[in-house]
Ligand binder design. Sequence first.
Ligand SMILES: CC(C)(COP(=O)(O)OP(=O)(O)OC[C@H]1O[C@@H](n2cnc3c(N)ncnc32)[C@H](O)[C@@H]1OP(=O)(O)O)[C@@H](O)C(=O)NCCC(=O)NCCS
Length: 177
Amino acid sequence: MTAANLVAHLRLRPTMLSDLDFVIGVEREPANRPFIAEWERTQHEGAVRFPDFRHFIVEAGPGTQAVGFVILQGCRGQHRSVELKRIVLQTKGQGLGRACVRQLKRIAFRDLRAHRFWLDFKADNQRARALYESEGFVVEGTLREAVSIDGGYASLLVMSILDAEYAARRAAGLEAG
Ligand SMILES: CC(C)(COP(=O)(O)OP(=O)(O)OC[C@H]1O[C@@H](n2cnc3c(N)ncnc32)[C@H](O)[C@@H]1OP(=O)(O)O)[C@@H](O)C(=O)NCCC(=O)NCCS
């Protein structure tokens, strides 16, 4: 399966409780642990059940092969400020992240009618930063030494894209695919 084929078949479907072994397994993979704060199963269960969250399994390829998961939060909030809480993919560097982020922007702005779509990530996560910047997210600032990690602290970078910026990108043909 080529990378282009994987991307062409990318789908998001609602996570079911029976998917949580997979979700927790992906979250705990050594390649992902440095970038993700591990959640308890009950936190994922809450995100599957509570209407303010959207918890999705990412599938790619012609079948129903799961390749990761994503979580949105703030989907019912009065401020229309939706957070991309988490995105974790097993297959990296093949364009699935970009395709996912585009679908998530579509969900946030078109389906959930967000005004602001935002996220944070560890400041040394170069791959995430390159992806979000090239998808129109703007740096809002740094939460300095905001999370404790390995006996020290890591800073978080906050980025966002607003509905008007998304509309301008669509008009410029930057949201295709
Ligand atoms: C971050 C993540 C979602 C990105 O998804 P991905 O499928 O690997 O990313 P893509 O293949 O779509 O690449 C997107 C861009 O990232 C950048 N990138 C890819 N690999 C990179 C690397 N090793 N180093 C730096 N930048 C990189 C490139 O700019 C790339 O765009 P390009 O190929 O058009 O130049 C995925 O790697 C992942 O799950 N990582 C672990 C968890 C995580 O960090 N989540 C984000 C924080 S919550």
